[in-house]
Each structure stands twice: as structure tokens, then as C-alpha cells.
Design a protein around this ligand. Structure first.
Ligand SMILES: Cc1ncc(COP(=O)(O)O)c(C=O)c1O
Length: 372
């Protein structure tokens, strides 16, 4: 029997500066979070469009609870699939220009769900080196070898694909979660086309901010807990593909459907996303952030998205910078291996629509100081 003694293992994680801990958020509003009795400006939330606190979204959520109660009570294929789920799926299909969409309880399960449905149909999978952990886990769970091409290098994908035979899938993040750069979906689709492979994109960090670019005969997954400000995820594609997922995707079939009230909240978020006002504010904040960072000579990576990483290298230096910022009232968590490659620990700074210009400027001044 394996001894239930983990203290040595925990000490070893601590020694490597890789120990992870959670902060308890007491309240949050307008990019401000309260931890203990101190307020912080949050620069690491994925609530890019600041919709998680939007009063119209909260009201829709409450209306949903009044109409359906708190939970769905069952999986989709039993009695958990409400009118609210169905209408949201139709709205998401419409928004992405696809025939149908299917809701999942999270992006992690959606990725596992896609791979698990395709398990018997695939001979190989190729993944960008920097794809999200959920895509890597999904690949491993279906028992196919993990084959990765160099990050965002189309030539590397071409070389690797030439060595594959049978039916395959190319999987990529659309906006990379730790680097904030975008994949070249059009070029990937071209290569996939000429090799009879399927493209699957994970648009967790682009949905709501950039127009979806979904090549024909491809699979699109996006999450609803980031820019949409609520929770869950969806897969969009052809009528037949979605129906196939319903039949074959175990993480879809064997789990309780998310609450219908959540669907009503997401429906309101989608309306606000379509109106575009929050997106404009976010884009203007990203531009302002980049301009001030440049003036301060901060060595930020090149990213046009809400994710603006500052790579510091070691876990120790990144932890130090994160703590110094924390002491000055700014919350940016330190991202360390194995989330990012060894030697590429970073502050993953994220911008939101409701950050004020003053918050951004003061933060960057403190950041410069924190990394000295
Ligand atoms: C690229 C990417 N895909 C999938 C996920 C998982 O999404 P969720 O948080 O909804 O499980 C994340 C979130 O962290 C992500 O960054």
C-alpha cells in the first residue's frame, strides 16, 4: 500500500519555488478584489470584458433561478436539457456562423469531450508546443502519442504532418493562454486541407474579443468563463459533428448539465459581446498598456491580446516580483513550470475592459520597480 505521507513531496515542491496556493477573494467589483481586508487591483483575471460583475448579466442569472431553480438536476440526455440551454446553443451557433453548438460544463471538459468522441476515428494528433494543458491531457487520455510542432511555426507543422499516415487532427489554441499571441488558423487550415486532416481550435482567450475565424470542416471550442464572464464552454461545428458528440462524448453524456440560470446569464453576456462596447474599451486599454510599457522600456512579449506576459525566467525572480506588486496593492500571479516551460516563468498580466487608465499607468510604474 502507498503510504499517505505527502509532507516530503510538498517540501520538495516548496524548495523549487513551485508551491501553489490560493488566495481567498472576499469580494470583487470593477477590477478590484478584496483579500483579507485589503483591496487590490486585479491584473490576472480572465474576465477580459468585465462582464462577470455586470448588473444586466447578474439580473439575467437571477431571472433564471426564479424560472428554473438553482440547478439542472440531471445530465442533458436525461432531464437536464432546458429551453435555456437549447436557446443558448442556438445563439452560440448563430454567433459563430456554425450549424450547431453544444454546451459543456467547462473548457477542460469540452476538450476532453471532443477527443474522447473522436477516439476511434483518429490515427494521429499534432499539437502546437504551447497548447493548453487540457488539450495535452485530452490527447493522452485517448492513448495517442503526444506529437508537438514548434510553437506557431508552420514549417514545423508541415514537416511533422508529412510523417503521419491515416486520419489526423491538428489542435491549436487560437490565442495562446500564457503568451497571448495568436495562431495562424488560415495557414493551419490550408495544410490540414491538403493532408485530409481536421483542424481543431481552442478559442478560450479570443472568444468575445476577436471575430471567430472558423474554416470549413473544422472544430471550434470556446469557453464561457473568461470574456463571457460566467462559466462553461461550447463546441461549434456542423450538424452531424455536434450530433456525433452527443452520441459519443463521454464527458458530455455522463455529467450534470450546467444550471439553466447560468445559460440565461451567458445569453445576456452574448448580447453585450455583440453590442461591442466592452470590447472597444478592452482594445483601447490594451493599446494604452502597450504604449506606456514601451515608454517605460518594459521588456514585454509581443501580444495584441488581453494577455501581456512579462517573462522573467526563474520561478524565484517571478515570485519575488509578484510579491512586491502584491505589497503595493496589485495582484498578478506568478506563472511557473510546469504551466510554462522551464526557465520561462512569468508574470501573466491580463487587461480588462473596466481597468481605468490611471490603474494601468500606476501598475506599470510599480511593475518597473518590482522587477529591478
Ligand atoms: C486555452 C484554454 N483552453 C481551455 C481552458 C479551460 O477552460 P475552463 O477554465 O473553462 O475549464 C483554458 C483555461 O484555463 C484555456 O486557457
Amino acid at each position: 500500500m502507498v503510504a499517505m505521507n505527502f509532507s516530503n513531496k510538498l517540501s520538495s515542491i516548496k524548495k523549487k519555488h513551485l508551491y501553489r496556493s490560493r488566495k481567498i477573494i472576499e469580494r470583487s467589483k470593477d477590477s478590484i478584489i478584496v483579500i483579507g481586508n485589503k483591496s487590490f487591483v486585479n491584473f490576472c483575471s480572465n474576465d477580459y470584458l468585465s462582464l462577470s460583475n455586470n448588473p444586466l448579466v447578474s439580473e439575467a442569472f437571477q431571472r433564471g433561478v426564479r424560472k428554473y431553480g438553482s440547478g439542472s438536476g440531471a445530465s442533458h440526455l436525461v432531464s437536464g436539457h432546458s429551453r435555456a440551454h437549447h436557446e443558448l446553443e442556438e445563439a452560440l451557433a448563430d454567433y459563430t456562423g456554425q450549424e450547431r453548438s453544444l454546451l459543456f460544463s467547462s473548457g477542460y471538459t469540452a476538450n476532453i469531450g471532443i477527443f474522447s468522441a473522436l477516439k476511434d476515428d483518429l490515427d494521429w494528433v499534432l499539437q502546437d508546443k504551447l497548447n493548453h494543458a487540457s488539450l495535452i491531457d485530452a490527447n493522452q487520455l485517448i492513448g495517442l502519442p503526444l506529437k508537438r510542432y514548434t510553437h506557431n511555426k508552420i514549417e514545423s507543422l508541415e514537416k511533422k504532418i508529412a510523417k503521419q499516415s491515416g486520419n489526423g487532427l491538428i489542435a491549436t489554441d487560437t490565442v495562446f493562454s500564457m503568451d497571448g499571441d495568436k495562431s495562424d488558423i488560415d495557414s493551419i487550415a490550408k495544410i490540414a486541407n491538403s493532408n485530409d486532416a481536421i483542424v481543431m481550435q481552442d478559442d478560450a482567450h479570443g472568444f468575445g474579443i476577436f471575430e471567430p475565424n472558423i474554416p470549413i470542416n473544422s472544430i471550434y471550442m470556446a469557453t464561457l468563463g473568461k470574456a463571457a464572464g460566467v462559466m462553461g464552454a461550447f463546441v461549434a461545428g456542423s450538424e452531424d459533428f455536434i450530433e456525433y458528440l452527443i452520441q459519443k462524448s463521454r464527458p458530455y453524456i455522463y455529467t450534470t448539465a450546467i444550471s439553466p440560470a447560468i445559460c440565461m446569464a451567458i445569453m445576456k453576456s452574448l448580447d453585450l459581446i455583440k453590442q461591442g462596447e466592452q470590447k472597444e474599451k478592452l482594445i483601447s486599454n490594451i493599446d494604452f498598456f502597450k504604449q506606456i510599457a514601451k515608454e517605460l522600456n518594459l521588456p514585454l512579449s509581443d501580444s495584441v491580446s488581453a494577455i501581456q506576459p512579462l517573462i522573467l525566467g526563474t520561478s524565484e525572480s517571478t515570485m519575488k516580483a509578484s510579491l512586491r506588486l502584491y505589497d503595493s496593492g496589485y495582484y498578478v500571479s506568478a506563472i511557473r513550470p510546469p504551466t510554462v516551460p522551464n526557465g520561462a516563468a512569468r508574470l501573466r498580466i491580463t487587461l480588462c475592459a473596466d481597468h481605468t487608465r490611471d490603474q494601468i499607468k500606476q501598475f506599470l510604474i510599480q511593475l518597473k520597480d518590482a522587477i529591478q
